[in-house]
Ligand binder design. Structure first.
Ligand code: BG6
Length: 516
């Protein structure tokens, strides 16, 4: 993921004087493969997977010998499937250029089948054999399980039984990408891992979290480990607290069926927010290979003090106003129980108990129907130790703040104190800003584009390892249990920053959230 110091082996075939773009492209082109999408008529395939594959094809990042087999229960012809996918690309990317689309579409095919039945996998095996012969896909397979967790077991078991998973030591490869939610608690995540690992080796399992595919999240590693100025201050001596906020303006939309059984803690904190926490708090890895990075990340979760119910706040949105429009409360949404206790907001105070972070709280919060769509990490530094300016001017310097904007308006701002010009100029916070759009001209790849390409290339750095997924559940499990056994979430009006309990979580220590 982070460019290694030498040019990767695949690039060696390209003339040394070739332009960098050409070398990069060559270095990043996967071997021939067939990709199988289970759940091919679902929302994820339409919104994310096929548009991302199309963009990769347009950017010439897919191998010439590449084919996609979509599988779902619906009876569709290959042409109908292709037409649906063309419409999806038009809706979620841009209207495809006809010749470009034709080149891509001829690689798409469709199989209708029941994932619980062995016949479906026999048909798949036949189709994959044909693709190997006709398209040169060389026995390499990437399975994408874009299906609800309850079906993953069946698919994994059948793939194994039908002989559709290569031995990891054999010349061809098989990999499986598993979508979130990866289980609904520690016990179910462990069970899911066990089922997967009966058919696959851990090296073949790619647990996806699309936050890790975001350019700004990858840049956090570069920001921390490619610059010397942060490391000396990146610890308890200089940092007072860290805040991670993922706020959304949308409500539950049409996903009540899923969300009612999930809630904000499972849907967002266990996955995306804990991933951000790991990247911010991890130790520098000994090298930038996947295992070193993932091992350092998981150590962060293992170091978190067990979360007590007093360190957690849950909320549920009531009717309110978002972006000037009146919106209904969660319990009035379609498909939601009128007495639902599902959390649409969750906030946690976490303590990472190690030499670097002892005593520095990490505050995490996420919610639906908040005033802004924003993902931000705020590193709040301690106040200057000797407030000389305070004594002289009666002006208390504000502590420094580093704000890492993951989305939107991707960038980084460092806030520091300056003297307002003038004979009696008071202090005023100003900022130094890095803005992606001004600094770089190219378009950033979308998260799924990056992650699909990495899985095709066999780079698991940006995917969760088994221990990581389980450690994340182990962290939130006690809170889930406490919430399930009683009480109800605190209501908050849609368009506000969450329930009063979230403010109290920080106010108790004289702190407050930074709101975007
Ligand atoms: C998904 C959650 O994983 O992430 C959704 O299931 C949420 O509920 C989404 O809306 C947010 O992703 P992003 O990339 O828009 O921040």
């Amino acid at each position: 993921m982070i460019a290694p110091p030498s040019i990767p082996a695949a690039a060696a075939a390209v003339a040394p004087g070739a332009p960098l773009g050409e070398r990069m492209r060559s270095a990043r082109t996967p071997e021939p493969l067939a990709m199988v999408i289970f759940g091919a008529t679902g929302d994820l395939t339409r919104r994310k997977l096929v548009p991302a594959l199309y963009r990769l094809a347009r950017e010439r990042l897919l191998p010439d010998s590449f084919a996609v087999v979509g599988i779902a229960r619906d009876e569709l012809s290959a042409d109908e499937f292709r037409e649906r996918m063309r419409a999806a690309v038009e809706e979620f990317d841009e209207a495809p250029e006809p010749a470009e689309w034709e080149r891509f579409a001829e690689r798409l095919s469709y199989l209708s089948g029941e994932f619980a039945r062995p016949e479906c996998f026999l048909a798949l095996s036949r189709r994959l054999g044909e693709l190997d012969r006709e398209r040169g896909t060389a026995g390499n397979r990437l399975y994408y399980l874009a299906v609800p967790p309850g079906i993953v077991d069946d698919i994994a078991a059948h793939l194994g039984e039908a002989g559709l998973v290569c031995d990891p030591e054999s010349p061809c490869w098989s990999r499986v990408i598993v979508e979130k939610p990866f289980g609904r608690d520690l016990a179910s995540a462990r069970a899911l891992n066990e089922v997967l690992l009966r058919s696959f080796d851990e090296r073949q399992v790619y647990r996806i979290d699309h936050y890790l595919g975001k350019e700004t999240v990858q840049n956090l590693l570069v920001f921390r480990f490619a610059n010397v100025i942060w490391e000396p201050v990146w610890n308890r001596n200089y940092i007072d607290n860290v805040q991670i906020t993922v706020s959304e303006t949308v409500g539950v939309e049409l996903r009540a069926g899923y969300y009612e059984r999930s809630g904000a803690l499972r849907d967002m904190v266990q996955s995306h927010l804990l991933q951000l926490l790991m990247v911010v708090a991890m130790e520098p890895p000994a090298s930038y290979d996947a295992e070193s990075i993932r091992s350092e990340k998981v150590k962060v979760l293992r170091g978190v003090r067990p979360v007590s119910p007093g360190d957690a706040v849950r909320g549920q949105y009531a009717a309110g106003v978002v972006a000037g429009a009146a919106v209904s409360g969660y319990r009035e949404e379609r498909g939601v129980a009128p007495d639902s206790r599902t959390d649409t907001f969750a906030a946690l105070r976490l303590c990472v108990e190690n030499w670097r972070w002892a005593g520095v709280p990490f505050y995490l919060r996420t919610g639906k129907r908040l005033p802004e769509k924003a993902t931000e990490i705020t590193v709040q530094f301690r106040p200057a130790p000797h407030p000389i300016l305070d004594t002289v001017q009666g002006d208390c310097p504000a502590p420094n703040q580093l704000v890492l904007r993951i989305q939107p308006q991707e960038g980084i701002s460092l806030f520091f104190e300056a003297k307002v010009p003038g004979l009696a100029g008071p202090l005023h916070p100003v900022s130094m800003d890095f803005d992606y759009q001004t600094a770089f001209t190219g378009i950033s790849p979308e998260a799924y584009e990056r992650l699909l390409l990495d899985a095709m290339l066999g780079d698991p750095t940006l995917f969760a390892r088994r221990d990581e997924a389980e450690a994340a559940w182990a962290l939130v499990d006690p809170v889930l249990e406490a919430w399930e056994s009683g009480g109800a979430p605190e209501p908050y009006p849609a368009g506000s920053w969450g329930p009063p309990g979230a403010e109290r979580l920080l106010a108790a220590a004289g702190r407050e959230w930074r709101n975007a």
